[in-house]
Ligand binder design. Structure first.
Ligand code: GLY
Ligand code: MN
Ligand code: MN
Length: 505
């Protein structure tokens, strides 16, 4: 449920009976034509079928989550939990406090969405509730319109508690715990108060506490998202296309970023403008890192200058309205050309990325992508004489014998990408890191090299250079397709892009 907000005493809303009658009257009738089913609806339905088959006879509870207070009586923009978005097809802003329940039936499950439907114009909420009221935040869907849009059953939120408690003694309950603490507490209360306690105790005796049940549900939902369906791949393509345009705008704005000062914030703002215009916003806080800031992997403070002669690393992605996000990095020479050391480091990262991209194909493991990329990184660092004396490439690559090269690329090369920028995070090692790549998986390939300004183990000319190149790829039947290939990657193409003010050649 939504977090509590302060109720300020100094605010007053009119309460007279005359005002209530007046504010409730004189409105045009509502359009009750049901909306067409959402394009995502049949895909979400198939995902629910997959879930249903994995947990027969159990009641599965997947909350959207509630509004979170940002400050006093203002909330953050609402974003539903990704599992909820995946199983309903609902995206940006929808629907605070809603809860999807898969109710066990003889043949499988019935999906029921509990939510707060549109309130009547004769309610106080209509005009007086600044958090959810129509005057303040806009109209919500009715039960009928939501049912038509998502092609599932809908019920008012106030019925949720009783529905969860129904026959609870004989039905095992599982909840996505991290989506909504109050719904998780409600499920725990039902478990305690019902005969399901016995089932839980029996399960506990068998080493399976209720939290483990919930974790198994969350794991299944996370693992299910490893392979994207056709609709998801289309969303990913749209997210990447919007991201590419936002990158163009940033490149066009580099001179202005230099001129204005605090240029990293300018870069962040330009990207954010396009992300918000083309999609729901940024999929994660943009990393706009100029000069030595690029050696801080998640530099999101973005308080620095953008200076001529330096590199600016932009790691950013547009999240589209369905909440799928891109995650792309380009490292740009602010003045339009790399100097010799910048180019050498850039070319090493690019060569590593190419090796990683070539390892993305069915049959290979996810971890093979990193292995291919990091071998290039280790080889170049060895050639440059940066590894400790007597350490060769095979030694440093040996997991037990050093991994010295990781000082300059401490992060992994890839992660799954989708509704979450680091998608499928609860999938087990056997399905993720050690899992085989399969068509429809979407992952990043993003090696880098980072030489901090205070790193005394590298020659001075390396210091303060950070480079990462990140693309988003979909695994195909015989390799991969680079969704972000429209953005320049080769150093000469990146230079031409910067010199042309963001026009791609
Ligand atoms: N933007 C964070 C990452 O690349 O994983
Ligand atoms: Mn990134
Ligand atoms: Mn990434």
């Amino acid at each position: 449920m939504s977090e509590k907000q302060t109720r300020a005493e100094h605010r007053s809303r009119p309460t007279s009976a005359a005002f209530r009658r007046f504010v409730a009257s004189g409105w045009a009738p509502r359009d009750e034509t049901p909306p067409a089913a959402a394009k995502a609806a049949p895909y979400a339905s198939r995902r629910r079928e997959q879930l249903s088959a994995a947990f027969p006879g159990e009641r599965l509870v997947v909350p959207a989550g509630g509004l979170k207070v940002r400050s006093n009586d203002t909330d953050y923009v609402f974003r539903p939990h990704s599992a909820f978005a995946h199983l309903t097809g609902l995206g940006a802003d929808r629907e605070p406090d809603a809860v999807l329940v898969l109710e066990p039936t003889d043949g499988g499950h019935e999906a029921v969405l509990y939510f707060r439907p549109l309130a009547g114009r004769d309610t106080d909420e209509f005009f007086a509730d600044s958090r959810v009221g129509e005057f303040w935040v806009g109209a919500r869907p009715t039960l009928a319109s939501m049912a038509a849009e998502l092609a599932l059953a809908t019920r008012p939120l106030e019925e949720l508690a009783d529905s969860l408690a129904k026959d609870a003694g004989g039905v095992r309950l599982r909840v996505v715990r991290d989506a909504d603490a109050e719904v998780a507490a409600l499920v725990d209360r039902v478990r305690r108060e019902s005969g399901e306690q016995q089932a839980t105790e029996a399960a506990q005796a068998a080493g399976q506490p209720a939290e483990e049940d919930d974790l198994a549900l969350a794991r299944f939902l996370s693992t299910m998202r490893l392979v994207k369906d056709e609709w998801e791949l289309e969303q990913m393509a749209q997210a990447v296309a919007a991201t590419a345009e936002a990158f163009d705008a940033v490149v066009a704005g580099l001179p202005e970023a230099v001129r204005r000062g605090r240029g990293e914030r300018w870069v962040e703002g330009v990207f954010g403008l396009h992300a918000r215009h083309r999609g729901n916003g940024v999929g994660y806080d943009s990393i706009c890192a100029a000069g030595d800031h690029a050696t801080t992997l998640h530099w999101i403070r973005n308080t620095g200058e953008v200076r001529e002669g330096e590199l600016v690393l932009l790691d950013a992605g547009v999240e589209v309205d369905s909440l799928y996000t891109a995650d792309v990095t380009r490292t740009l020479p602010v003045s339009g050309s790399f100097d010799d050391t910048q180019r050498m480091v850039y070319e090493a990262a690019l060569e590593a990325q190419q090796a990683g991209l070539e390892a993305v194909r069915p049959g290979n493991r996810f971890s093979d992508v990193h292995a291919a990329a990091i071998r290039v990184i280790a080889t170049r660092l060895h050639e440059w004489g940066l590894l400790p004396d007597g350490v060769d490439v095979e030694t440093t690559l040996d997991a037990e014998k050093g991994q010295y090269h990781r000082r300059w690329m401490v992060h992994g090369t890839s992660h799954h990408l989708g509704l979450d920028v680091h998608d499928c995070a609860l999938a087990l090692r056997e399905d993720y890191l050690d899992g085989e790549l399969r068509p429809g998986m979407v992952l990043t390939v993003e090696p880098g090299l980072y030489f901090k300004a205070d790193d005394l183990l590298v020659p001075e000319r390396f210091r303060g250079i950070g480079v990462r190149i990140e693309d988003d790829v979909v695994v195909t039947e015989d390799g991969c397709r680079n969704l972000s290939a429209m953005l320049p990657r080769r150093p000469e193409d990146v230079e031409a892009w910067v010199r042309a003010g963001g026009r791609r050649g």
